[in-house]
Structures are given as structure tokens and as C-alpha cells.
Design a binder for this molecule. Structure first.
Ligand SMILES: Cc1cc2nc3c(=O)[nH]c(=O)nc-3n(C[C@H](O)[C@H](O)[C@H](O)COP(=O)(O)OP(=O)(O)OC[C@H]3O[C@@H](n4cnc5c(N)ncnc54)[C@H](O)[C@@H]3O)c2cc1C
Length: 189
């Protein structure tokens, strides 16, 4: 499904699987709970990886925009392209800070569920936007395998789906917003 992982992902089906008591890791019925513990830090490492890939795509695009002449000047000096490069920098900076703050919460011993949800949505959507803009700046070359951008573009799309799709993180965050406002004892004016 995602060529950046060696061999991609497999789908495994178990039929009539019988486990002995000693084969069970942890307590029975708690598998989902255990899996959740791993999710916050794991999704943050994906954020790091994809922000790095987005930065690489941005660097390739910026290099092209600094050399390619169009309509009398280099591409990057045309606002339409220059502003895309600026937006890439702005969004990656904000995503990195959000990611670092989520990591800091985990380092303090917190669960970081809210922070990791926010960072995951922000990093996955930012990375996607950055790579899309970078490919656009490269024009036709962006669609070829002459640069790594086309491959990054193909692989990065899945990150808005795995480790919690954007919609599910937003749904979870929205639930917390409603819960918090309901718990407020003073009138909201
Ligand atoms: C490349 C790749 C790698 C993966 N790696 C792993 C892995 O290592 N381990 C693992 O366990 N899984 C992995 N997955 C599975 C991944 O976690 C699921 O695909 C993902 O959680 C979405 O579940 P689903 O495919 O069943 O979609 P569904 O749950 O059917 O969702 C379909 C769509 O509906 C939306 N949706 C769902 N609920 C809501 C809601 N409440 N409000 C609004 N919209 C909603 C979703 O956002 C999505 O757009 C991987 C998937 C991909 C593509």
C-alpha cells in the first residue's frame, strides 16, 4: 500500500486460531487498549518522517524555482510561485512546533492524546499541501521520476488515512470541546 515501507503491508487472515493461555500477551480482552498506548508516540514518528519528506520536496522545488527562467525572471521571483514557497515554510514551521510540543507532553509523562491528534492532523495535511505545491512548482518535471517528488507525492497521501484519519481525529477533538464546555460551571457569554 505504501512503497516507502519495504514490501508494503500485508493483510493477514486467521481462521479457527486457538491460543493457549501461555501464548496470550498481557491480559485477555485488553488488546485494543494496549494498542492505543503505542499510537500517540508512533504517529508522531510518522509526522517526523513525512515532514522530512515534505522538506525534501520543498527543497527540490525551491532549487528549481531559483534557476528556471520564465517570462524574464526566475520562477521564484513570480509571486504565484514565491508565495507557494513561503506558504510551505510557514506551514512546516507551525507543524514542527505542534509536533515538538506533543513530544514534550509525552516526555513529561503525559498521555498526549489531544496533542498527538492535533499534531497528526496538522502534519499530515501540511505535508500533503507542501508536496502538492512543490510538485506544481516543478511543472511537468514534477510528474516524472527525475526528482523524488513524484514518489513522495504518491506515498504521502496515505498518511491522512492511517494512524487515525483526519476526520476521526477531528471527531475525537470535537467531542472533547463539547465535553469541556459542558463542564464549565459559569455562564458562557
Ligand atoms: C498505507 C497504510 C498503512 C497502514 N498501516 C497500518 C498499520 O500499520 N496498522 C494498522 O493497524 N492499520 C494500518 N492501516 C489501516 C488504517 O489505520 C485504516 O485504513 C484507517 O484507520 C481507516 O480505517 P478504514 O480503512 O477501515 O476506513 P473507514 O473506517 O471505513 O473510514 C472510511 C472514511 O470514513 C471516514 N470516517 C470514519 N469515521 C468517521 C467519523 N466519525 N466522522 C467522519 N468521517 C469518518 C474516515 O476518515 C475515512 O475517510 C494502514 C492503512 C494504510 C492506507
Amino acid at each position: 500500500m505504501d512503497s516507502s515501507f519495504t514490501g508494503g503491508h500485508a493483510v493477514i487472515e486467521f481462521n479457527d486460531l486457538v491460543l493457549q493461555e501461555e501464548d496470550v500477551l498481557g491480559e485477555g480482552g485488553k488488546g485494543f487498549q494496549y494498542a492505543q498506548v503505542r499510537l500517540a508516540p508512533a504517529r508522531l514518528t510518522h509526522c517526523m518522517r513525512w515532514l522530512g519528506a515534505a522538506q525534501r520536496a520543498h527543497d527540490v522545488a525551491a532549487d528549481y524555482a531559483s534557476k528556471r527562467m520564465a517570462f524574464g525572471k526566475v520562477l521564484g521571483k513570480h509571486e504565484g510561485v514565491g508565495f507557494m514557497l513561503a506558504d510551505n515554510e510557514i506551514e512546516m514551521r507551525a507543524s514542527r512546533l505542534s509536533l515538538q510540543q506533543a513530544c514534550w507532553v509525552l516526555d513529561q509523562g503525559g498521555r498526549g492524546t489531544t496533542e498527538s491528534s492535533m499534531a497528526k492532523v496538522q502534519c499530515s495535511e501540511t505535508s500533503w499541501n507542501v508536496v502538492d505545491r512543490s510538485l506544481q512548482i516543478l511543472g511537468g518535471k514534477g510528474m516524472t521520476d527525475d526528482t523524488p517528488v513524484a514518489r513522495i507525492f504518491r506515498d504521502i497521501r496515505a498518511f491522512r488515512i492511517y494512524d487515525g484519519p483526519s476526520e476521526v481525529h477531528r471527531w475525537s477533538l470535537a467531542g472533547k470541546v463539547i465535553k469541556k464546555i459542558k463542564q464549565r460551571n459559569e455562564p458562557v457569554v
